[in-house]
Design a protein around this ligand. Structure first.
Ligand SMILES: Nc1ncnc2c1ncn2[C@@H]1O[C@H](COP(=O)(O)OP(=O)(O)OP(=O)(O)O)[C@@H](O)[C@H]1O
Length: 266
């Protein structure tokens, strides 16, 4: 399936062309051509098993494509490792696996700021001489609402605070492309707004490309400029949220008639 980039405020930053991956006899992602522009937030949606996470894995490098290509700033990154892609500006929030559990929230963020600044490999020892970087780390700690937990080891934070810390770490790395896979999963209702606010802050920078795999319609509605719907590994709809949610193919493939009625999609 071939789709054009939705209009955005910037140029195409990340693009997949004819991207497919086959696991044994199963085509998990099938010929996906999509371009994502700077300054836009795209929600990737679809039913369980549609290929959303696999598509993310192909972009960030955890899974190698069977055919097709991935481009970042027009450079072909298809054969690059995860680390090479990260270095070039792809930032993915993983379900907490990016955190150093025994380090405090503050130390986790400082390491991310330091990695971004590439001040060297001597990690924490360098901090006393890097006031600017320390201030930057405190800024991310505060906007994540973690100031009062700065000294708490990441492993001792609540699940919600760990998710916030992970997003703050990603922001401290300042990638060009942010990839969030169900960022509010498992969070309590009162913690969700902080994560959404962090993602809005990323978006408000205007030059970032944000990709979001999400099931919750209210989250999608509040954040997305564009929705891409995957079904059986293929793009079945791609466009502005109102248009996509109103389409018959989405009602059938993704929401189902009962869910569509519940969501108030007409
Ligand atoms: N490493 C793998 N080996 C074999 N099959 C896989 C592998 N990874 C994913 N799959 C299969 O590919 C299909 C797409 O899976 P994927 O996890 O990408 O779907 P999804 O849309 O993210 O689903 P969910 O919403 O449930 O997370 C599924 O049928 C899954 O079982």
């Amino acid at each position: 399936m071939h789709t054009e980039a939705a209009p955005g405020t910037g140029h195409s930053v990340i693009e997949t062309v004819g991207l497919s991956v086959r696991f044994g006899g199963h085509l998990a992602v099938s010929d996906v051509t999509c371009a994502f522009n700077a300054g836009t937030l795209t929600a990737i949606v679809g039913p369980n098993g549609a290929g959303k996470t696999t598509y993310f894995n192909l972009i960030s490098g955890q899974v190698r494509a069977t055919s097709g290509t991935v481009h970042l700033h027009r450079e072909d990154i298809t054969r690059m490792t995860v680390a090479q892609r990260t270095k070039r500006g792809i930032g993915r929030a993983f379900q907490l696996t990016n955190l150093f559990p025994r380090l405090s929230a503050r130390e986790n963020i400082r390491l991310a700021v330091q990695a971004r600044a590439r001040t060297g490999d001597d990690f924490l020892a360098l901090w006393s001489s890097h006031v600017e970087l320390i201030d930057k780390a405190e800024h991310f700690l505060e906007i994540a609402g973690l100031g009062h937990h700065a000294a708490t080891p990441a492993s001792a934070l609540s699940h919600g605070d760990q998710r916030k810390l992970e997003v703050a770490l990603l922001m401290a790395m300042e990638p060009d492309v942010y990839m969030f896979d169900e960022p509010t999963a498992g969070m309590s209702v009162d913690e969700v707004p902080i994560i959404l606010d962090l993602i809005r802050r990323v978006k408000a920078q205007g030059d970032k490309t944000v990709l979001l795999v999400e099931h919750k319609m209210d989250v999608i509605r509040s954040l997305a400029d564009r929705i891409v719907v995957l079904h059986n590994g293929c793009v079945v709809s791609d466009g502005e949220p109102a248009e996509v949610m109103a389409s018959d193919v989405v009602r059938e493939a993704y929401l189902g008639r009962a869910a569509a009625a519940r969501e108030g999609v007409r």
